[in-house]
Structure formats: structure tokens, C-alpha cells
Design a protein around this ligand. Structure first.
Ligand code: ADP
Length: 255
């Protein structure tokens, strides 16, 4: 039996007096495709940001590939992780954001090569070769020298996916990656993600309001409400036959 690639154990997180996550636990198996769904404000994005170490946790533990994310072992004791440990752990994880977050003054190719060159010391020629392969995969090789401002939202998002993949992460996090796009641009981004899901064994966590896509993409769906997982299961169970009243009423509203 394989070990989980991510173990989240009783984590809590507050913003001021507002408790976003309250003793949340979940596990992700290697290669698993997970969809996190639920009402706005239920804590889905916060979990991705915590995994990416963009937010700290107030309590609990997270393990990625058997290693503590926010703690490290020193003299047989768990102590808070230092920046070096966090930076190393962060390299296991790639994230794609709702608003692309490309470097506006860098061309497409530089956007994809920068992180491998700076954080992993990959030589420029090698980083560019890999970047061109990834841009080809997302259908953006012919725009390698374009600037982000010259691209459509869907194209920017495909570059952002290539950029996240350039660090060869073990886990990819997608945070509502199509919600800022015009409807006619959504499908080109979803197609890239479908291909990634079909052709790689990468572990993928997806926060989405696209229920049709979540249904097709995910091995398992987690329904969140108020910082807790209310219900989880295979997509066909959650979407066709939700057991919890809160899941039922959410799906009734959104579908
Ligand atoms: P979801 O992704 O399910 O919509 P989020 O994880 O984005 O929910 O947010 C959960 C709650 O935490 C929301 O009410 C949001 O306003 C609040 N929140 C998120 N990030 C911050 C922050 N940096 N500062 C203050 N409140 C925040």
C-alpha cells in the first residue's frame, strides 16, 4: 500500500479573529487528482496557499513526501522550519493562480526559465530547452518571445502552467485557474489540464467552480464548508448522490 504524498493533520488557521480552518485533516495519495469544491470563503484556497507555504498554519502538522513541511527535526525534536527547509519543500510543489501572476516585464520564455535558473541553478541553455518543450505542450511555443501584455487570458494561463511545471514539481496546485477568463477561453486551459492529468502521474489538487470539469478530472472530490470537509467521495457519488444536506443545497444552487 503506497504512502500518502500529502498528510494534513488537524491544521488550524485564523485571519485575525476569523477561523478559516479548524482542525482540518486530509490525505492525498501519489498521482491522485483531487477537486476541492464548496462555497466561497470555505477555506479551499487557503489550503493550497498553506501547502505552497504562502500562508503559515497556527496549529497542526503537514507532511509532504514523508517530510514535515513547517517543522524539521533537530536533535530528535520537531522545531519550526527555517527558510532553507521551506524553500526546499516548496520545490516539490507548483501552483497556478487565478490571476496568472506572470512577470510582466519578462517575455514568455524568460517567465518559464527564470525559476529553474535562479532556484535550481539550471544552465540557461538547458532551462530554455526544457521551457520550449513545456511551451510546446501547452501550445504556446510560437509565443516564446511575446510579452505577457500581448497575450489573451487563456494564453497567459497556459504560460503560467508551463512555468509551474518548469520546476518539475511532484504536486501541482490549481487555484480557480479559469474563473478570471472569458468563457470562450476556458476550454483551452481545461484542455491543457486534462492532458496533464491523462499523460502524467503528477499529483494534482484543484480548487474550482467548474463542476463539469471537476467531475471528469478528479479521482476524488472534497466538499468544503466553513473550513471543514463535510463530505468526500468519487465524483459520481458526490455529484449524483450527495449524502449531506449542505452538499445537496450547494450543488443545487451551482449546477
Ligand atoms: P475559498 O477558497 O473557499 O473561497 P478562502 O480560503 O479564499 O476560501 O478564504 C477563506 C476565508 O478567509 C474568506 O472569508 C477570506 O475572506 C478569508 N481570507 C483569506 N485570506 C485572507 C487574508 N490574507 N487575510 C484575511 N482574510 C483572509
Amino acid at each position: 500500500m503506497a504512502e500518502p504524498i500529502v498528510r494534513i493533520d488537524s491544521i488550524s488557521k485564523s485571519f485575525g479573529a476569523f477561523k478559516v480552518l479548524d482542525g482540518l485533516s486530509m490525505q492525498v495519495m501519489p498521482g491522485e487528482k483531487l477537486a476541492l469544491i464548496g462555497p466561497s470563503g470555505s477555506g479551499k484556497t487557503t489550503i493550497l496557499r498553506i501547502l505552497m507555504t504562502l500562508e503559515r498554519i497556527d496549529g497542526g502538522h503537514i507532511e509532504v513526501e514523508g517530510e514535515q513541511l513547517y517543522h524539521m527535526e533537530r536533535g530528535g525534536k520537531l522545531v519550526p522550519a527555517d527558510e532553507r527547509h521551506l524553500a526546499r519543500m516548496r520545490q516539490k510543489i507548483g501552483m497556478v493562480f487565478q490571476l496568472f501572476n506572470l512577470f510582466p516585464h519578462k517575455c514568455v520564455l524568460d517567465n518559464v526559465t527564470l525559476a529553474p535558473m535562479l532556484t535550481k541553478g539550471v544552465p540557461k541553455a538547458q532551462a530554455q530547452k526544457r521551457a520550449m518543450e513545456l511551451l510546446d505542450m501547452v501550445g504556446m511555443a510560437d509565443k516564446a518571445r511575446a510579452m505577457p501584455a500581448q497575450l489573451s487570458g487563456g494564453q497567459k494561463q497556459r504560460v503560467a502552467i508551463a512555468r509551474a511545471l518548469a520546476l518539475s514539481p511532484r504536486i501541482m496546485l490549481f487555484d480557480e485557474v479559469t474563473s478570471a477568463l472569458d468563457p470562450e477561453l476556458v476550454e483551452e486551459v481545461l484542455n491543457v489540464m486534462r492532458r496533464l492529468a491523462d499523460e502524467t502521474d503528477m499529483t494534482m489538487l484543484l480548487v474550482t467552480h467548474e463542476m463539469g470539469f471537476a467531475h471528469d478530472f478528479a479521482d476524488r472530490v472534497l466538499f468544503f464548508d466553513r473550513g471543514r470537509i463535510v463530505e468526500e467521495g468519487r465524483p459520481e457519488e458526490i455529484f449524483r448522490n450527495p449524502k449531506q444536506e449542505r452538499t445537496q443545497s450547494f450543488l443545487k444552487k451551482i449546477i
